[in-house]
Design a binder for this molecule. Structure first.
Ligand code: ZN
Length: 504
């Protein structure tokens, strides 16, 4: 029986969740439904709701309760669930509380200015427009690290926002291992006699038919339309109001069927995770998804390991042929599968294939780590960026718009976010491998369009826990190992070695 204090604490958490939910709904609506003119008042609405959330979270009464319960947690007086709730709330509190209000305001203001300068710089492809603002943001990020405190690298303190259990050194080592494998492996792919041109799959795919087809596929992999929606927005995203109301979006290209399909399956991966969190836990502190790398692992499993697998394409190919006239009629299953997975070094991260994507991320991590540690300077970024692109991917960057200015992360002050994308890929390979080992017939089922076994494994081993265990603990419990590069390397080597006929 929880103490009256714990009950009061949970009541607070519930209220906070409801405000977050409302925020999520207006944010979703802004991207999906809102008329253009609504933008100004909507920005104020979001700011007010965020302010209320922040104030309530740092209110005297709540903080006193939290501190008391943290003591009880440290003295092992709480049940495992209560303990996890307090642990996670404390973590958020520490991140927020260590930053003085003046700093938060200054950071917010600088981000606002930097974001619009970044947009202008990107449009004009001129780094010098953005550079002075990026310099300010780097200074602020270093200040943030000082406020939070760190042992070795100030970058450690920034990682805490996204991956609380990881430090710079561990990520550096993982990425070095990965780079040592990926750079030469990519060269083998480029030199292979197999040449794949994904444009062969271009045709004419009417949007209304695609909408229906995307819903069909999302449903097929387990998305519950009674507890969620699929809509359209400029940038695809998923947002969970609660486990029984999960909104995802996609965007369509009438020329390229894969454009929406791959995006929808990716978002459905995020959405399945959100829907899999037990509804009874919503708002109690445990009923939330884990941090970004675990969330991203879920989207990557469905997008790449299922959505771009030979097994799933065995099921999908005839369905596409039946639904759409065009290139898929003329191209065999084997060729389709290869084309869907074509590897091609390119300039833009968000358009990159599964193999080169990681190199785009490693480059960004290396640059932002050194920026924060002060071993490189903002003014040198375009040169460093272009040299690394040449070294890792073999491509020449024609201008800064297609180079150092392409991502919005830095303009939003999000230093330390990029590594989560790769950590998600590594975790995905580990989770998928463990499920496959437990259920060796899983891929035969997927080839028949039945994805329930995989979803069941993910629900049982991951989704149902919400925030009960840390990311590292979830991984160890479900796969028996901590995060490493071996499974991912094996997966890439096998899949692409086969497609590009590379002997290992
Ligand atoms: Zn994602």
């Amino acid at each position: 029986m929880p103490s009256p204090e714990f009950r009061k604490f949970q009541k607070y958490l519930h209220d906070l969740s409801h405000i977050s939910s409302a925020l999520a709904l207006v944010t979703w609506d802004q991207a999906v439904n809102m008329p253009n003119k609504g933008v100004h008042h909507r920005a104020d609405t979001i700011a007010t709701l965020s302010g209320i959330l922040h104030e309530k979270f740092l209110s005297k009464e709540f903080v006193q309760l939290l501190k008391k319960l943290k003591k009880a947690h440290d003295q092992n007086e709480l049940s495992p669930d209560q303990s996890a709730t307090v642990r996670e709330t404390w973590r958020t509190y520490e991140l927020e509380n260590k930053l003085p209000l003046e700093f938060v305001k200054e950071e917010g203001k600088t981000i606002g200015e930097a974001s619009s300068k970044w947009e202008e710089a990107k449009r004009k492809s001129d780094f010098t427009i953005f550079a002075p603002y990026l310099e300010k943001l780097v200074v602020l990020a270093r200040k943030k690290a000082e406020f939070r405190g760190y042992k070795k690298s100030p970058y450690d303190a920034l990682l805490k926002t996204f991956e609380p259990e990881k430090d710079t050194e561990e990520i550096f080592m993982l990425f070095e291992e990965l780079k040592d494998f990926l750079v030469p492996f990519l060269q083998k792919i480029i030199k292979s006699k197999i040449k794949l041109d994904p444009k062969k799959l271009y045709g004419n795919f009417p949007k209304n038919k695609q909408e229906e087809f995307n819903c069909f596929v999302a449903k097929k992999i387990g998305f519950d339309f009674d507890a969620g929606r699929l809509d359209m927005s400029e940038h695809p995203f998923t947002i969970g109001l609660n486990p029984e109301d999960v909104r995802m979006t996609t965007r369509y290209s009438e020329k390229d069927l894969l454009h929406a399909l791959v995006g929808t399956i990716h978002e459905a991966g995020h959405a399945l995770y959100e829907q899999g969190i037990p509804s009874k836990n919503f708002g109690n502190g445990l009923g939330e998804a884990m941090h970004i790398s675990i969330h991203e692992s879920q989207s990557k499993i469905w997008e790449n390991m299922v959505g771009k697998s030979k097994a799933f394409w065995k099921y999908l190919h005839p369905k596409i042929k039946k639904t759409f006239a065009g290139p898929y009629d003329r191209i065999s299953l084997d060729e389709c599968y290869a084309l869907v997975n074509a590897v091609e070094p390119s300039l833009i991260r968000v358009e990159a294939d599964e193999v080169t994507y990681n190199l785009h991320i490693i480059l960004r991590f290396e640059i932002e780590k050194e920026l924060i540690e002060g071993t490189i300077e903002v003014k040198d970024l375009p040169k460093i960026w272009n040299e690394k692109m040449k070294e890792y991917l073999g491509v020449r960057v024609p201008n800064d718009g297609k180079g150092v200015l392409q991502d919005m992360h830095w303009s939003g002050g999000s230093f330390g976010y990029f590594p989560s994308y790769i950590l998600g890929n590594l975790a995905a390979a580990q989770f998928y491998g463990a499920a496959n080992k437990k259920y060796p017939k899983m891929e035969q089922e997927i080839a028949r369009g039945d994805c329930t076994t995989l979803l069941k494994w993910l629900r049982e081993n991951l989704h149902k826990y919400g925030k009960k265990y840390s990311a590292e603990e979830i991984l160890r419990r479900s796969t028996g190992e901590s995060l490493g590069t071996d499974h991912y390397r094996d997966y890439i080597q096998k899949k692409y070695g086969d497609i590009y006929k590379i002997s290992l």
